[in-house]
Design a protein around this ligand. Structure first.
Ligand code: ITT
Length: 197
């Protein structure tokens, strides 16, 4: 691998370095013809009820300036019970305002809660001059208290069903990358890139 003359670049547009780190680790595990590059551009963020809509708008606002294959990844934390999906598409704003402590105060019985992380990737694939969408989701519940210092955002209060004794904040990077919403969506993107080397 390493620098090879046939290696193509694909740009991840994000202001969140944790996302780049998680996604780059997955890219490196596969033998792809593409090298991931971080692009801290400033796409237009809209507020909509649907992550796909947010991701597509964001990508469309920036892809012509990059003029190469590029993608955005939009994620959200949805507490289906008891908060009917809140904070969902407002995850970023709510995290900055009330944080994990604020969320925990809204939940009476965390053992009965249902929550999920969802990720949507919108890819502009230059060779086809087309946009593709890939989605990933992970189901679980809200923890009774903040646990763990790995990861970012809501990780310390989310317990995935697949590892019911740990929060995402207590998982290693590799463990989170085995089951996260982001990893599920990125694996679909990687399969696409393998078919279109
Ligand atoms: P972009 O520049 O890529 O938009 P962002 O940090 O604004 O980065 P999102 O809008 O996709 O990211 O995510 C909204 C919020 O959801 C984010 O600020 C985190 O608080 C939370 N979030 C997203 N993915 C997460 C993850 O894997 N673990 C924990 N929290 C996450």
């Amino acid at each position: 691998m390493g620098n090879n003359a046939h290696e193509k670049k694909i740009y991840l547009i994000t202001g969140n370095p944790h996302k780049f780190e998680e996604i780059n680790a997955l890219f490196k595990n596969h033998f792809l013809n593409y090298k991931l590059e971080l692009k801290n551009a400033h796409p237009i963020e809209i507020q909509a009820d649907d992550l796909v809509e947010v991701a597509l708008f964001k990508l469309n606002s920036i892809k012509d300036k990059i003029n190469d294959s590029c993608f955005v990844e939009d994620a959200g934390f949805f507490i289906d019970h008891p908060l009917q999906g809140f904070p969902g598409v407002y995850s970023s704003h709510v995290f900055k305002k009330i944080g994990n402590q604020g969320i925990l105060k809204l939940i009476d019985d965390p053992s009965r809660s249902r929550a999920r992380f969802k990720a949507v990737i919108a890819l502009y694939f230059k060779p086809h001059d087309k946009v593709y969408v890939f989605e990933g989701e992970v189901l679980g519940k809200v923890a009774a208290k903040i646990r763990g210092s790995q990861g970012f955002g809501y990780d310390p209060i989310f317990i995935p069903n697949a590892m019911p004794h740990k929060t995402f904040g207590e998982l290693t990077k590799e463990e989170k990358n085995n089951l996260s919403h982001r990893a599920m969506a990125i694996k679909k993107l990687i399969d696409f890139l393998k078919k279109n080397p």
